[in-house]
Design a protein around this ligand. Sequence first.
Ligand SMILES: *Cc1c(COP(=O)(O)O)cnc(C)c1O
Ligand SMILES: [Zn+2]
Length: 374
Amino acid sequence: MTEFVCRVCRDRFSVDTPRWQCDCGGLLDLDFTPSLDLEALKGRPATLWRYREALPVPEVADLTLGEGFTPMLRVEIGGREVLVKQEHLFPTGSYKDRGATVMIAMAAHLGVDNVVEDSSGNAGCAVAAYCAKAKIGCRIFVPADNSPGKLGQIELYGADLVRVKGSREDTATACMEAAGDTFYASHVYNPYFFHGTKTFAYEVVEQLGWKGPDAVVLPAGNGTLLLGAYIGFSELLSLGLIEKMPKLIAVQAAGCAPLCASFDKGKVEVDAIESLPTLAEGIAIVRPERGPQMLDAVRETGGQFLAVSEEEILAAFNDMARKGYCIEPTSAAVIAGTAIYAAVADLEDIIVTMFTGHGLKAGDKLHTLATGKP
Ligand SMILES: *Cc1c(COP(=O)(O)O)cnc(C)c1O
Ligand SMILES: [Zn+2]
C-alpha cells in the first residue's frame, strides 16, 4: 500500500488525504512498490504514462498533454559523444512537466479543486499548465520583485499570481500558510512530483534497450530531477532491469554552490553560503530543502558534485546553439558540467545528460547572449 513516510521520524500517513509535511516538520517520501510489464509497454503511446504501473497514481488518473518519451540524441560534448535527452521539448518547455503531470493527476484523483505553489520559474509554468488541463484552480506565489520573464507564461495558463513583498523565504512562508487549507502542489515538498521526474530514468533505460548508462550528468538546485532520477534508477535496479546504479554527477553554478561545498568537505548537512548572480538562475538555490538527501544520493552512486563558472556556462550555451540546439542558460550549466566530466570519464562509458529547458524561455535575453550587445 502506498503511504507517505517521514524522513525524520518515520511516521506514516495515508495518501488519500493531501499532506505536504510530517507533523514533526520532516519532509515526506512515498513508500511505493513499482511494477513494469515490458510486453504491455509495446502497444502504448510514447508518453511517460506508458510506465503507469510504476507510477503511484490510480490508472484512471492519467492527465496528459502528450508529455515525455523525449528523444535521446548523440551530441558532441567535451570532445566525445554524449547522449542528450531533449527535455526542453516538453509541453511547457522544461522537464518539470514530468513532475507536474503526475502530481496534478493525483490531486485531481483526490477531488482537489484548488492548489497553491511557490515558484517563479519552470515549476510554476508546469503546475499552471496541468491545472488548466485538469480544470483545477491554481495560485502561484512569487516574490514581488521577480523579473517578469516566466510570469507571463504562468498567467497565460489562467493561474492567479500572488506577489509577496520581501525575500524568497517570505514567499515560501506565505504559500505554506495558504497551504493550510489548500493542496500544496510543491515541486520540493510533494513526493508525487519526484515520482513523476523519475520517469526520466525509465525512458533512458528503455531507449538504451533495457540497459543502464554508466553515468548521468544532472542539474542540482532543489534536485527535482536529480532525486527523481535516483528514485527511478533505484526502482529499475530492484526490478532487475539494470545491473548497477549509474553514477550521478550533479552540477551547480560556482556562484551558488552550497552542495559542492558540503560534498567536498564530506558533510551530510548543507552549509550556509554567500551567493553571486548567475546565468543559471534556475538552479541558484542557496538552501535546498532536500540538500542532505541529494548529498546522500550522489555519494551512494559513487558520483560527484561539480561547479561550473559563468564563462563555462556561456561557452556551453553558445556551443549548443551553434550545433542547432536552443536551450535555457540554466540548461547550459549542465552541459558545461558534462563537458568537464566527459573529458575525464572512461571512453567506453555511456554518459547521459539532458537539455533541461527551452531557450525560448529566455527569449528576452537571447539577443544579448548571442551577440554580447545590450
Ligand atoms: C528546475 C530546473 C532545473 C533543475 O533545478 P532543480 O532546482 O535541481 O530542480 C534545471 N534546469 C531548468 C531549466 C529547470 O527548470
Ligand atoms: Zn516526522
